[in-house]
Design a protein around this ligand. Sequence first.
Ligand code: ADP
Ligand code: MN
Ligand code: MN
Ligand code: MN
Length: 336
Amino acid sequence: MVYRAEYIWIDGTEPTKEVRSKTKILQDGEEPGIWGYDGSSTNQAPGDKSDIVLKPVSTFPDPIRGGDNILVMCESMFVDMTPIPTNTRSLARAAEDKYGDQEPWFGLEQEYTLLDPETKWPYGFPPAGYPGPQGPYYCGVGALRIAGRDLVELHTDWCIAAGLKISGTNAEVMPGQWEFQIGPAGTVEVGDHLWIARYLLYRAGEEFNIEVSIDAKPMKGDWNGAGMHTNFSTKAMRESYEPIIAACEAMGAEGVPAKHLEGYGIGIEERLTGDHETQRFDQFSYGVSDRGASIRIPWQVEQDQKGYIEDRRPNANADPYVVAGLLTDTIGSALA
Ligand code: ADP
Ligand code: MN
Ligand code: MN
Ligand code: MN
């Protein structure tokens, strides 16, 4: 008997990296070993030095093929087994090696937009027209408010069957926009699970012939953008309030907001306008229950005097390895 391993990796597409995959047939009992691909076709290598090595780093049951088949998350390496420049998982690993003893946890809220693949118009928008203004769609129910729920349910089934730490889903403020959450999970783990969940989302899109976009501002004008709110805590933050405030202060220290925004995805200025439940990209603030702040402290956290904080700035198209690495470094060093 044979089984199939779907090798999954992150490419070098500019400005936003994308997920790629290919299939390896393995003999019964054979482990998924090191493999490779043509880096000159993924914007990761010149044609005369095109071989990039795929190093398996975590495996999941394949919920699409079922049986013994697996999904294999990989890091991209040079042939000497050092990470290539776009291998951002290596950065998350370094941050976790340094501050993992503080037990950082992440919950990522991945927002995304379903599009008609021909017109590129959001699913649920009338053809070449606009739906009624935002208001009834967030967590909405019913045919006039909701489009694409079958795809969302299939994606959720697949995430659960793959053993991902998916913690919920909801319809978003703009029609055709949805969210799923991954977490709580560790610095590297949350990136692995989020990238696999994105892979499954695009695969679900193939089933329905619906395009999935993680563009941060798919519709210009009075429509919400798409973010990847990042909920974060360390063991100390989960135990008392003072480290919560210390973490917020560290995130606002001189030079830190600009450094973080560089890693928070493409189109930050378009999405972080100060409207649509965002703080402006050139201002930093934190506050309890404040959806217009850069960082929100949930009311329950103030109530309990412990818990976590929500960085509302990362874009839907951000790389979770980069975001998780930055937060682990900044808050890990402040609380050390
Ligand atoms: P929102 O109210 O902003 O829409 P969500 O319910 O969508 O929040 O997402 C919250 C996320 O935070 C979930 O993924 C959840 O698992 C995660 N989370 C909960 N507690 C913690 C914690 N202590 N540290 C980090 N993440 C957490
Ligand atoms: Mn949410
Ligand atoms: Mn949301
Ligand atoms: Mn949120």
